[in-house]
Write a protein that binds this ligand. Structure first.
Ligand code: ADP
Length: 769
């Protein structure tokens, strides 16, 4: 290495390092630098370029620059506007500031110049060279900013030093690193340092690439989604002006607002997600849409304020219904208990009675009294569990069950739901609806009722359920156990009259847009309608008949100049046609072999004339009329009793051999069954056999045993009403039914004479002349 000392101007460089063998193009703007370049150009064009340690220093002194720099040859100088000079310099060799030369205008120094030593024959240098080349090649492949020019230069470098300088100059390393490389005079050490720097740089590049990729990925995904959604938006807008996206967003917002568990919300949000992924016109999308619509339509958040005033409840019930004192009393008690126990553990009310006695309308009144919404579910004819619980939504046309449909209709969490005709529910192979209903009615379980369609649990615990039935015979035992039974019996004619006058008339008039002045129905006409145009326990037909009159009257008011219409017994037929019913009145005379029983049918009580003929024959017993099995059996029991007691009853002891007995029950339109005609049949047969007539003004009801005991029967109230209507005076009843006489309305009880009996002897004593 030969060291030569030369004096030359020094130009401090900001943010760059010039390596030997390299050409550099730069602008000098600072006065000192411009002066230095000018001075150099004027002399031998040699200048010393060295990097500034701190680039922010404006007028650097020797302390502010590195000692090691590069001696360069100025190739070209161009004056630019504003005093700037553009210079092209060629790096020649390394140099180090040896001594400062005093100069006012620029920095000047004595520079010791260093030539790189040649290591070419040295294996170590060769190894470094190879390694550096390889590293550079790798680096080149990874850094797209390196130019092909630079690559060519590197490949054509002769010496290790030259190679190092060329690589370092193009490698985009930090200024500090470059300065260190420049300051390293030992070429092998320099090569090693440079290789490490390149590797380091590659590592950084790799990380940069990874980061960039991740950012890009995220960006891509977002962009892709954004792009697709936008496209979807546009397509939907084109199609129908709406859009799945905005729909889904709306669903999401609505779901978030539901007052329900986190699980439920998550499940619903999942459905929204599925909805988004479906093509909008697919059938699946329609299924999910209607599912979400249905679920969101449920009253998740709404309750109405309940009126807990028991006094008010009674007042409302009184306002809406005539009579029914016991029923109203029981309902008010029930409501009071329910309030005390906070609705927990209370049984379900079940209103039982024949059609038209006001079960539905009582339930409606209860709803009105409590300020609850009223919804009715008709259970008649339901025989499939999924009617109650819904179908899974995978079924085509699946829907929620009746219960959830009622909730949807109610629009509140605490309506009163009337389960009408619970006794008409059937069972079939598709599952037992009453089992599903049990769950609905159980306040322990119905807080999380699961409809198959809705899938998420729904709270029914705030609902007040009331059920109705015509009879309890067909209601399943477990359901019965859960219910508190309140019986509504049929009305007497007098009760019907009051109901018609004070409740049905005003209601029907209003419904037909008439006033009391425009249409009046005379009391006698009303009674006529009750007796001869309807035959029922309740008042449904009666209401229909009044409605019929109202419609006819309205038509007449419009089509004629009449202002007022009065309906009387005389013109009643003009409105309703001929009367449909005639009551079986009591027979005019006492008769042999004819006894009057009392029956209890679906339309209330009725009298039942039983006729017996005895003729010579071989002991055959024939039964005619529309009789049920139980009634037939009780006829056989009656005859058996007579045979066993033939002597005491004074009938021929061989009657069962010599005579045929024909028992007939006329008026066969309404099927009759039950054991309560037992004593009547026995009486008619004894009368026929003894030729002893039966009193025409007596009626009877009671089951007979083989020993002649009289057992209690049901429906005494209705039966008494029928007897009264038929003009009967005395009525024989089983001793055990005595307490039921209290249920018979006063007007009937006062007119009828009840004869309680325990055995057949007493029956015959009273009935036969
Ligand atoms: P159910 O449900 O028992 O078959 P509804 O409740 O439908 O009978 O009653 C039939 C009609 O008779 C209704 O319009 C009802 O308001 C009326 N009604 C029944 N009982 C009474 C009553 N005690 N007072 C006033 N209206 C009554």
């Amino acid at each position: 290495m030969e060291n030569e000392l030369n004096y030359m101007p020094v130009v401090p460089m900001r943010g760059m390092v010039l390596f030997p063998h390299m050409t550099l193009n730069f602008d000098a703007a600072r006065t000192a630098s411009v002066k230095a370049i000018e001075a150099a150009s004027a002399a031998n064009s040699t200048v010393f370029l060295t990097a500034q340690k701190d680039i922010s220093v404006e007028e650097p002194s020797f302390a502010d620059v590195y000692d090691v720099g590069t001696v360069a040859h100025i190739r070209q100088v161009m004056r630019m506007p504003g005093g700037v000079v553009r210079v092209i310099v060629q790096g020649v060799r390394r140099g180090m500031i040896d001594c400062e030369i005093p100069c006012d205008e620029y920095l000047k120094a004595g520079i010791l110049e260093y030539e790189d030593s040649y290591y070419d024959n040295d294996n170590l240098a060769a190894a470094h060279k190879n390694r550096l080349r390889k590293t550079y090649e790798e680096y080149f492949s990874q850094n797209p900013r390196l130019t092909a020019d630079n690559f060519m230069q590197v490949m054509s470098a002769h010496t290790l030093g030259e190679l190092c300088d060329i690589v370092a100059a193009g490698a985009e390393l930090e200024v500090e690193t470059n300065q260190e490389l420049l300051a390293e005079f030992d070429v092998c050490a320099r090569a090693e340092m440079l290789t490490a720097a390149l590797q380091n740089r590659m590592e950084v590049l790799k990380l940069e690439r990874q980061i960039a990729e991740r950012v890009k990925e995220r960006l891509d995904k977002n962009q892709r989604e954004y792009y697709l959604r936008e496209q979807l938006h546009v397509i939907e807008e084109e199609l129908d002006g709406g859009g799945t996206i905005s729909e889904a967003e709306e669903y999401e917002n609505r779901i978030k607002k539901l007052k329900t568990t986190k699980d439920t919300k998550e499940k619903l949000l999942k459905e929204v997600d599925r909805f988004l992924k479906m093509p909008p016109s697919s059938s699946e999308s329609a299924v999910i849409r209607s599912y979400l619509d249905t679920v969101l339509e449920m009253p998740w958040n709404k309750t109405t304020k309940e009126n807990n005033d028991i006094q008010n409840a009674r007042a409302v019930l009184d306002e809406d219904h005539y009579g029914l004192d016991k029923v109203k009393e029981r309902i008010v008690e029930y409501l009071a208990v329910r309030q005390m126990t906070n609705g927990k553990n209370s049984a379900i009310l079940c209103l039982v009675g024949p059609p038209g006695v006001g079960k539905t309308s009582v339930a409606k009144s209860v709803a009105r009294a409590l300020g609850r919404k009223y919804v009715r579910i008709s259970l008649g004819g339901i025989h499939d569990e999924s009617d109650i619980r819904g179908h899974r939504k995978t079924y085509i046309g699946a829907m929620e069950g009746r219960i959830m449909a009622a909730m949807k209709e109610a629009k509140t969490l605490n309506p009163l739901i009337l389960l009408d005709e619970i006794d008409k529910m059937g069972v079939d192979y598709k599952g037992d609806p009453s089992a599903a209903l049990l769950e609905v009615l159980d306040y322990e379980q119905n807080g999380t009722f699961r409809d198959h369609y809705i899938e998420v649990p729904f709270d029914l615990s705030k609902v007040l359920f009331i059920t109705t039935a015509n009879t309890l015979d067909t209601v399943s035992r477990p359901l019965l156990d859960r219910m508190e039974i309140i019986e509504l019996t049929g009305y007497t004619s007098a009760e019907k009259f009051h109901i018609a006058k004070d409740y049905l008339m005003p209601k029907t008039l209003k419904a037909n847009g008439l006033t009391e002045k425009q249409l009046t129905i005379a009391d006698s006409a009303l009674r006529e309608i009750i007796e001869h145009y309807t035959r029922e326990a309740g008042v449904r037909k009666l209401e229909q008949k009044i409605g019929e009159i109202c419609r006819k009257a309205a038509k007449e008011l419009l089509s004629t100049r009449k202002r007022v219409i009065k309906v009387t017994v005389k013109n009643l037929e003009d409105f309703l046609g001929k009367p449909h019913y005639r009551f079986d009145m009591m027979n005019e005379h006492d008769e042999v072999g004819v006894a009057r029983g009392l029956a209890w049918t679906s339309v209330g009580g009725d009298t039942l004339s039983i006729e017996v003929n005895v003729m010579p024959g071989s002991g055959k017993v024939e039964l005619t009329g529309k009789l049920g099995d139980v009634m037939k059996e009780s006829a056989v029991a009656a005859i058996s009793y007579i045979r066993a007691n033939a002597k005491e009853l004074k009938v021929p002891s061989d009657f069962h051999k010599k005579y045929d007995i024909h028992i007939h029950v006329p008026e066969g339109a309404v099927p009759k069954d039950g054991p309560s005609a037992g004593i009547t049949m026995a009486t008619a047969v004894v009368s026929a056999l003894t030729k002893n007539p039966v009193r025409n003004d007596i009626a009877m009801t009671g089951e007979i045993t083989l020993r002649g005991r009289v057992l209690p029967i049901g429906g005494l109230k209705e039966k008494s009403l029928a007897a009264y209507r038929a003009g009967i005076k005395d009525i024989i009843i089983p001793e055990e039914n005595k307490p039921d006489i209290d249920d018979v309305p006063d007007e009937v009880r006062d007119k009828l004479h009840f004869i309680p009996v325990t055995n057949m002897d007493a029956v015959l004593d009273n009935a036969l002349r």
